[in-house]
Design a protein around this ligand. Structure first.
Ligand code: PLP
Length: 429
């Protein structure tokens, strides 16, 4: 009998992709479904990038493992003013089919267990398990000022894990963060980086939403500890190019052998990213005014959607910190715990199921992001609208206000109405 590998047997499908498939299935059957379950930015490909891709269509050669030279150079120059010369000079760049694979390759390359702040993106933990390593959770505090990790708590978690025989060797920090839409405040980054450096822990800074910061400030811990920080980023979020599968990694030269290890992984697995896509993406890193204006306009619309959802949920009595970037909210229904429990709703999974089964609202339960089962959080993505139409309306001068959402993203407001009805039905004391 052919048996599956033990690490794969128990691995559920990625909850985000599962939610998306289910919504498409229900919509295919003619149902109206409100989709807050999938984080895919809805905006169109900028004309300049379409043209660049068409112009590169003849390219068919394998490229070298770390990426097309012009792309690597453009990426380094794009990030130089953000990270500073010291970090750019302390790292090598690698290009991959999505930052997800760089995250996986980094986890593979560094021996030991993963420190994972909770809540964190759905794929870090499963990737660790696929590599036979343990996940060590690190608590966070979420509020309007951001996503906080107490450096003393981090140090205690690392030391306690070591005392228990584990080997915490890498941490993934993600800001702006999926699932919360919150950012680690800039003035908290140096102390966190210092703990990691002192304890010999590699920082993997997942900055896939870095450019999508609503106040325009790009915050990174990379300059705080250049020798022990790898950055993963790409174009999937601020340029809505998830399906182009382009990811970028900055790999610190200070970690002995790491760059070489990654190049070995690349050469034995994906070989290189599609050559036309790499050639086209050079243009995305040239700071062309039209591309920059496109990114700013998309960011403004994301900010409107997500801040509005947070404000309207807060008006219902839900704990909902104001998002600072990305396209998520992470509301907490703790204020309704007793009333919900009286109706048999005790976990984030229960809330998620009632919303899906009875209101056709797709969300993701907090436990998919590492939260304990009884933490009553959901991740909501506010991307269920036609981005091309909304973007054109904004570019032609329409004001970004609630009326704009009513007109161009009615499902986003309908979803909030679903929460009002859900609470009315299940959370009355
Ligand atoms: C937090 C986070 N990191 C990484 C990724 C991976 O993005 P990609 O592989 O498209 O670069 C995603 C995508 O959903 C994400 O939300």
């Amino acid at each position: 009998m052919i048996k599956l590998a033990r690490t794969i047997q128990d691995l559920p499908h990625s909850p985000t992709l599962w939610a998306n498939d289910l919504v498409h299935q229900k919509r295919g059957e003619g149902e109206t479904v409100y989709h807050m379950g999938f984080g895919e930015s809805p905006f169109p490909v900028p004309e300049r990038l379409k043209k660049a891709l068409a112009a590169a269509a003849h390219r068919k050669e394998y490229l070298k493992a770390d990426g097309l030279n012009e792309l690597v150079d453009a990426v380094r120059e794009y990030y130089r003013p953000i990270y500073g010369d010291a970090y750019i000079d302390a790292t090598d760049v690698i290009v991959a089919p999505g930052s997800k694979l760089i995250l996986y390759a980094l986890q593979m390359a560094v021996e030991g267990d993963l420190l994972m702040p909770v809540p964190s993106w759905v794929s870090y933990g499963p990737q660790a398990r696929m590599l036979h390593t343990d996940v060590i959770k690190v608590p966070t505090i979420l509020d309007d000022a951001g996503y906080h990790i107490d450096p003393d708590v981090l140090r205690d978690v690392i030391r306690a894990a070591r005392a228990a025989g584990k080997n915490p060797s890498k941490i993934i920090l993600n800001a702006p963060n999926n699932p919360t839409g919150l950012t680690i405040p800039s003035d908290e980054l140096p102390a966190l980086a210092a703990v990691c450096e002192e304890e010999g822990v590699l920082i993997i800074s997942d900055e896939i939403y870095g450019v999508l910061s609503f106040d325009g400030q790009y915050r990174s811990c990379a300059p705080c500890a250049p020798n022990v920080t790898a950055v993963t980023t790409g174009l999937s979020k601020h340029l809505s190019l998830g399906g182009w599968r382009i990811g970028i990694g900055f790999i610190p030269k200070g970690v002995d052998g790491l760059n070489n290890a990654l190049r070995c992984i690349v050469s034995e697995t994906w070989s290189c990213v599609s050559s036309p896509v790499q050639a086209a993406c050079v243009e995305a890193y040239k700071r062309h005014p039209d591309i920059e204006a496109h990114i700013q306009a998309c960011t403004d619309i994301h900010a409107l959607m997500n801040r509005t959802v947070a404000a309207e949920l807060r008006a219902l009595g839900v704990i909902a910190p104001t998002p600072q970037g990305a396209f998520y909210n992470y509301p907490d229904f703790a204020p309704f715990r007793d009333a919900l429990a009286a109706n048999g709703i005790r976990t984030s999974q229960d809330i998620h199921e009632v919303l899906l089964d009875q209101y056709n609202l797709a969300t993701l339960p907090g436990h998919a992001f590492g939260a304990d089962n009884d933490v009553l959080t959901l991740r909501l993505s506010s991307c269920d609208y036609d981005g091309a139409v909304a973007l054109a309306a904004y570019q032609s001068g329409e004001t970004l206000d609630r009326a704009f959402i009513e007109k161009y993203a009615p499902h986003v407001l309908e979803s909030v109405n679903v929460f009002a009805r859900f609470l009315d039905r299940y959370a009355k004391p």
